[in-house]
Design a protein around this ligand. Sequence first.
Ligand code: ADP
Ligand code: 3PG
Length: 499
Amino acid sequence: MAAKLQHIQNLRHIFQRSVDSVRPAQLLSESNQYALRPQLSEKDGQQLSINIQGKILDLTHKHCHVVGFGKAVLGMAVQLEKSLDKNLVSGVLSIPMGTRQQFNNMPEMQLSKQTVIDIIEGAPNNQPDEHAFVAAQRIKEVAASMTENDILFVLISGGGSALLPLPRPPLTLTEKMQLVRRLANCGASIDEMNVVRIALSDIKGGRLAAAARNAFAVISFVISDVVGDPVDIIASGPTCSAISKRQTAKEVLEKYALWSYLPAHIRALVESPVAKEQITPGRNNSVYVVGDNRVATAQAVQVALKCGYNPFIASTTVEGEVQDLVCRYKNFLQSICDFRRNKLDENELKKLFPFDARIFQHFLKTLRVCERTEKPLLLILAGEPTVKVSGTGLGGRSQEIALRMARALHENPEFNNVIFLSAGTDGIDGPTPAAGAIGCDLVIRDFLEDSSKNLGDVQAYLQNSDSYNFYKNLKSGEYHVLTGHTGTNVMDIQLLLIL
Ligand SMILES: Nc1ncnc2c1ncn2[C@@H]1O[C@H](COP(=O)(O)OP(=O)(O)O)[C@@H](O)[C@H]1O
Ligand SMILES: O=C(O)[C@H](O)COP(=O)(O)O
């Protein structure tokens, strides 16, 4: 029991350190190949430059400007301001309502007293509003005012779509909001929603970069919160051309049976040549994904090794309904148990391997090392599952999957040596103050210690989508993962420890 509690502590530590590795200040640091502090050339002392992933950017006689939109761009702007110092002459950020208040105790989230960066807070609850609209107009104006003596830095992260609304007239902001909300309610994926947003926008889908065509350089730094890091989809790709073949906006609207209900002027807009235009940003444009969940999982591996575990990154593209994922994880755990008891051979284990077949051999090797070293196996997973919210309770993806895993691990005595953690790297799981939770048999055992409770009550919490209150009420929240807002976001991390 005490040993198990120590392992739970270790998992919390691994999660926390993974989050630290994707904090904006860390991502935009020299250790990550971003030497953004201007340096005079050693040769003649005349040329001023910065170094971005090994590429030299000439800053001599140039003015730097920054625009940004998303839930994680404030910290990026702070870091950029620190590095560029006097070379930064203007800036506009569009960030979620309440962000500055949330981070008022965090030094790495404070712009300097003399800052040239204007902050506009808007888009409460991830819905565009007038504030975000004003921010989008100002950001486009900054881009359009660029000359060959200007460099524009564009900071992009998840939530950027709602924070950068610039509906193409005659579409109004209200109409666009309604349409996006209807699409979301139909269960459209982020890709599908953003294809429609791009078609109806005067700034998304490369149009911001196009507005800045006269700039000396347009440099985008992206923190990815979309599975697979599609830069044309994250924040609806305002500085990217659509790189992959996707459905058209009309196809998406037809798929969800919304097309025929749309007013004629919106249908005309979707079908207009300007909506379909493939924007190719100019040669002055470069996009860098500075942080994603691969950075976080790589850090998890390092910390796991120090904890004495044998880590294995099983996936960084976890998607799908949490109930299906729990089934997959359960079946996988069973196959590992069976393999260890020689009930399955390698080939059979391979057939049951639920992740990319190309990493199976590496997995097998890790499993063998576990046997030899008698060290626990830690599976590291990352991505963004979905939940069908069925009740009126409070919860989030991570707490829900943790509770479902806790029940599954308790049900089968063979899994009593397994501990699961799931939490959002932004520190906020759904509309709750928790980042996530722990799932293991202890969770259910502690719950059932109250003799008035039974497993039916666990089911009742799940049915009411009330995983947050389940964890909050259990042993004063002992199994919750609480970090507060972290100021970054590369989706969720799951850790599955097999002792
Ligand atoms: N009561 C609930 N139980 C479980 N999941 C929920 C509940 N309420 C909302 N969610 C999930 O939380 C998601 C929104 O969480 P949030 O962390 O804000 O998302 P994002 O990471 O996309 O910004 C919803 O898409 C939904 O899947
Ligand atoms: O569209 C966007 O802004 C992001 O790519 C996804 O944003 P979200 O994290 O708010 O869903």
